[in-house]
Design a protein around this ligand. Structure first.
Ligand code: MN
Ligand code: MN
Length: 471
């Protein structure tokens, strides 16, 4: 369908352009495989452009042709070699000057809503402390569900804004405020257990990790609930460490520098929850966020301390920097009490996940084959990649403690730190369908459409999976 038909679509759109805004600057796009045919016919349309030898239709490669006034008159965009891939639109958003553009010709197999969403994602800037200097470009994509594209892009922007906001402006209280804002938009309810109440209400690990933070920055368990009680329970659990110093096992400077992003899991489950509520999926949604600052102080948990957990298992703290799994243990136990149909936890949990797969490819873990296949299908559908790693039971003994039920710093012999962290979480996860995603939530290399900084990972793919599961 794509080959041959692609060029036909392009010329049809170019010559007829029915019912479109005359002032919008037309954007045509094509895959690498269609380039030769397009060049053959292009002289009739634009000889100068056809002669542009550098244009190979590579992903995001764009030729902006100026008109007599020097302003863009038309744009030709390369889509690369993968059918349906909309990555180019994200890059285009980062390259176009201000103006209104209109997709005038597109090959078959390109989903207009996907293209509009990719463009909207590419417009993201973090503007809390410095506003952008020029207005963003606008792209009209005929046939796109703009409401869906805008809502998904806004949810991803929320995640990125929260990750980018430094810890002096985003403590546990501000994370709670963000959850309350979101709940207010959708009529969800919020219950928060904070400070010493955590002990009385059975969240001892959340308390232990967060209790050394300064006054006003007390640890808390945030629970957002939405949807009819008869619907299947969807539990979204997100690690909310607003800053991770490492605790008394203090991180070195380089390792601490980005730790404002250690609440990335919380930001991601708020964003994914927003997508679910906006789409009004027939679920009983529960967003569970243990929000803490892993600080240094006289009240800090110590190496060698043995913590109680909500589940009743005792955990020896071998390293205070492995704090994420401690707070997630209590949150996952809370999730299991809700008897969920599905539990997803997202956390910036281990450096080992990055050693294995790098910053762009978050690993996920589950023993549920059907869920794994569904997560992979959603990720492909949304061009939002994830990679499955195993919950390899051979490494379970690395969590054995001499004096407690388990410890939070696995033995070095097991090496696979992302897996041993996932195995630790599995001991607390609900019995039913559960998946854990170890996200980076950060883009270390800025490029057009993807500024360096907070990044939303895996949640568009998870949303596609949830839509297929529940809608
Ligand atoms: Mn840590
Ligand atoms: Mn951490």
């Amino acid at each position: 369908m794509r080959h041959g038909g692609a060029f036909g679509d392009l010329t049809m759109a170019e010559t007829h352009s029915p019912g479109t805004d005359d002032t919008a600057i037309p954007v045509t796009c094509l895959f690498e495989g269609d380039l030769a045919g397009w060049r053959d016919a292009a002289p009739a349309l634009d000889a100068g452009l056809a002669a542009s030898a550098e244009f190979r239709a590579r992903t995001g490669q764009a030729v902006i042709v100026p008109g007599p006034d020097g302003r863009p008159a038309r744009v030709v965009l390369g889509l690369g070699a993968s059918p349906g891939d909309v990555t180019a639109f994200r890059i285009l958003a980062g390259r176009l000057p201000a103006g209104t553009y209109r997709l005038a010709g597109a090959p078959g197999g390109l989903d207009p809503t996907d293209a509009a969403l990719a463009f909207a994602l590419g417009l993201y800037r973090f503007e809390r402390y410095r506003k952008r200097e020029s207005a963003p470009p606008r792209l009209v994509v005929p046939g796109a569900d703009e409401a869906e594209a805008d809502s998904l892009a806004a949810a991803c922007a929320l995640a990125k804004d929260l990750v980018n906001t430094p810890a002096n402006d985003l403590g546990p209280a501000e994370l709670e405020a963000a959850a309350r804002d979101l709940a207010g938009r959708f009529g969800a309810t919020v219950e928060v257990t904070a400070g010493e109440d955590l002990l009385a209400r059975g969240y001892p690990a959340v308390h232990a990790v967060g209790r050394a933070a300064a006054p006003g920055r007390e640890p808390r368990m945030i629970e957002v609930t939405w949807g009819q009680s008869g619907h299947p329970v969807l539990a979204l659990v997100g690690k909310g460490v607003v800053f991770d110093t490492g605790g008394l096992d203090l991180k070195p400077s380089a390792g601490m520098r980005l730790m404002k992003k250690d609440m990335g899991g919380a930001a991601h489950v708020l964003a994914l929850g927003a997508m679910v509520m906006q789409a009004a999926l027939p679920v009983r949604l529960s967003i569970l966020i243990p929000a803490v600052e892993n600080a240094v102080g006289g009240a800090a948990m110590r190496p060698g301390d043995v913590l109680a957990t909500r589940k009743g298992l005792t955990v020896e703290v071998g390293n205070t920097d492995a704090e994420g799994r401690l707070i997630l243990a209590d949150a996952l136990t809370r999730a299991s009490e809700l008897e969920p149909d599905l539990t997803l936890d997202l956390a910036t949990l281990t450096g080992a996940a990055r050693v294995a797969l790098g910053p762009q490819l978050p690993p996920f873990f589950t023993d549920d084959e059907a869920l794994a296949a569904a997560i992979e299908a959603g990720a492909r559908r949304a061009f939002d990649p994830v990679w499955r790693l195993p919950l390899w039971k051979g490494y379970l003994p690395s969590l054995d403690s001499e004096i407690a039920d388990l410890k939070n710093d696995p033995d070095a012999w097991a090496q696979a730190g992302a897996m041993t962290a996932a195995l630790f979480l599995q001991k607390f996860a609900p019995a039913g369908a559960w998946a854990h995603l170890d996200i980076f939530a950060w883009n270390p290399r800025g490029q057009p459409g993807s500024p360096a900084g907070g990044e939303a990972q895996a949640i568009r793919g998870l949303y596609a999976m949830l839509k297929a599961r529940y809608a």
